[in-house]
Design a protein around this ligand. Structure first.
Ligand code: GAR
Length: 194
């Protein structure tokens, strides 16, 4: 049986990437086939250095102005792309190649606290300053704008007056670890004709 091949795109610490890699390690239908990273010193590369699949490091300029990524996606027969803390905007060129097959996670309840500049701790600080009583995660298909596109899944958590941006980040991390790989698996298998 042919595997469905996932590429993970990540820019930073890589806790989601590592969780996804571990979750699919023994999966018989879906596998992580490559990691794409736009920062040579990103911790994600250290976290998963032992894994066998290729790691492709590229620059923003290469993503925008060359076919390096497109060619690697083809070489590794990538079927779906998962953005796991990937902070650059995916160019229209790649989005067109993978229409409805690029899944992103955002650490808030979109459409709230989304858009350019809204990533990582910036999001949790904005949630805290807004006085919101809840936040959460959104897993969605990307379209041409930041943090837009069809929502696949949301999960919520409470924000109490005692919460700090750091404690909000911990709650979000817990939700991401619990749900992201399962939601990816369900989304792909529902659309798969294997
Ligand atoms: C995650 O919380 C993810 O939701 C967020 O970046 C963090 C990456 O952590 N993504 C965004 O903010 C996208 N707008 P990780 O590198 O440890 O997985």
């Amino acid at each position: 049986m042919n595997y469905i091949n996932l590429a993970i795109f990540a820019s930073g610490s890589g806790s989601n990437a590592e969780n996804i890699v571990n979750y699919f390690a023994n999966n018989k239908q879906i596998r992580v086939a490559a990691l794409f990273c736009n920062k040579a010193d990103a911790f994600v590369l250290k976290r998963i250095y032992k894994t066998q699949f290729p790691k492709i490091v590229f620059t923003k300029n290469e993503m925008l102005n060359s076919s390096k990524i497109d060619e690697k996606l083809q070489t590794f027969a990538i079927d779906y792309i998962v953005l796991a803390g990937f902070l650059l905007k995916i160019p229209k060129r790649i989005n067109d190649l993978y229409k409805n097959k690029i899944i992103n996670i955002h650490p808030a309840l979109l459409p709230d606290f989304g858009g350019e500049g809204m990533y990582g701790m910036n999001v949790h600080k904005a949630v805290k300053s807004s006085g919101a009583s809840e936040t959460g995660i959104t897993i969605h298909i990307i379209d041409e704008d930041y943090d837009r596109g069809e929502t696949i899944f949301q999960a919520k958590c409470l924000v109490t007056p005692e919460d700090t941006p750091e404690s909000i980040a911990d709650k979000i991390h817990t939700l991401e670890q619990e749900h992201f790989p399962k939601v990816i698996e369900r989304f792909i298998l529902e659309r798969s004709t294997l």
